[in-house]
Design a protein around this ligand. Structure first.
Ligand code: PLP
Length: 383
């Protein structure tokens, strides 16, 4: 949800403070200062400097801008290294670049816990690599990748490094000042800001080529009138996230672990997808075997429980999740995999309610599934 503090801070920018920050008059000039304050707050959350931040329309634009800039400034190199489990914002861009521009994409695989193989990372990044794009944390399983370590390897081979940190920013500390990461993408709505705003961090000294060309906004790095309400909201959201980072992280982890334990104890043939140690504190992906994820989502929705099967951004399609397939999650569990995302607003009551309601939903769906109750029991003994 949008943080109430963000909503209150943003409201006046639709009513009294609706000017354009690039205008010469003082009405607009005040807004330019408000944008600058938001940039400082976001930089503080990342451990960056304000000059290293460009505001954008969201995570997707930020991902595209970073990768396209890296390819433009490294034009003598034609290879991209990325993972098979990226969000479509990176995955589909890389496929598009391979198809339409002839780039060679080296896809890093993951193991059954969703982790990368560092030997493979070392062998795939070469002196032909223009950019390595590896997400900070996976949006479906919450598994955290060793982006700093990967950045060191890329740095030695002269490649640029981008990370899609849309899921990680505000959930775990970043401290970019001590890393070799060139570009980092984030999105406002994952930080309880409003939708339609995001940002790109570009490390000081990294060469940059703009993706959206137009006016002189964002120091000539991104054309287009600034989304002032969104930017101000993102600044407030970043401050709140920084204040809450440690206490909220601990609370979410405790509640998430309680949810995991409660569901695993109450539902037979259920398994966690993703590594248990290196995982965001707010994410739980559980595969309920022999049941259809969309049916679980609908029944949960009737009870007021919102979750997603596969990625929320793609669950309009009934394709099994590319992330779970890349992890080799068995066919019997991939379709019934559900991602629960907690936030700092999730309460103990919410978690207890889910633990009470979900087992009955799974039980019911299994009883009416083509497997049938008896066949389900039989299948359990066979597998
Ligand atoms: N990257 C990741 C990991 C995401 O989870 C999302 C959206 O949820 C995006 C990119 C796209 O962000 P946006 O919707 O702000 O464009």
């Amino acid at each position: 949800m949008t943080a109430p503090e963000v909503f209150e801070a943003v409201r006046p920018y639709f009513l009294e403070r609706y000017g354009n920050p690039s205008s010469m008059h003082s009405f607009g000039g005040k807004l330019a200062r408000d944008v600058a304050v938001a940039r400082e707050k976001l930089a503080e959350l990342l451990g960056a400097t304000p000059q290293e931040i460009i505001f954008m329309s969201g995570g997707t634009e930020s991902d595209s801008t970073a990768i396209m800039s890296a390819l433009a400034t490294m034009s003598d190199r034609r290879e991209i290294v990325t993972t098979r489990v990226e969000h479509p914002a990176v995955l589909n861009l890389c496929k598009h670049l391979a198809r339409t521009k002839g780039y060679v994409v080296r896809w890093l695989s993951v193991d059954k816990e969703g982790k990368l193989n560092m030997d493979e990372v070392r062998s795939q990044i070469t002196d032909q690599t223009a950019v390595v794009s590896v997400m900070w944390a996976n949006n479906e399983t919450g598994v955290i990748f060793p982006v700093r370590e990967i950045a060191e390897i890329a740095y030695e081979r002269g490649a640029l490094v981008h990370t899609d940190a849309v899921q990680a920013v505000g959930k775990i500390p970043m401290n970019l000042d001590s890393s070799s990461i060139d570009f980092l993408s984030l999105s406002g709505h994952k930080l309880h800001s409003v939708k339609g705003v995001g940002a790109l961090y570009i490390k000081k000294g990294t060469r940059f080529s703009p993706f959206i060309i137009g006016g002189h906004q964002e120091s000539d790095r991104r054309g287009g009138t600034e989304n002032v309400p969104g930017i101000v909201g993102l600044g407030v959201a970043a401050s709140l996230a920084l204040q809450e980072l440690n206490p909220a992280g601990l609370r979410m982890r405790r509640l998430r672990d309680r949810l995991q334990k409660g569901l695993l104890e109450a539902v037979p043939r259920a398994r966690v997808n993703g590594n248990l140690e290196s995982r965001l504190p707010n994410t739980l992906n559980i595969g309920f075997e022999f049941v259809e994820g969309e049916a679980i989502l609908m029944r949960m929705d009737d009870k007021g429980i919102c979750a997603s099967s596969g990625s929320a951004c793609t669950s309009g399609a009934l394709e099994p999740s590319h992330v779970l397939r890349a992890m080799g999650v068995p066919f019997t569990a991939v379709h019934g995999s559900i991602r629960f995302s907690l936030s700092r607003y999730t309460t103990e009551e919410d978690i207890e309610y889910v633990i009470r309601e979900v087992p009955g939903i799974i039980e019911f769906l299994r009883s009416i599934s083509p497997f049938g109750r008896e066949n389900f029991d039989a299948a359990c003994t066979i597998h």
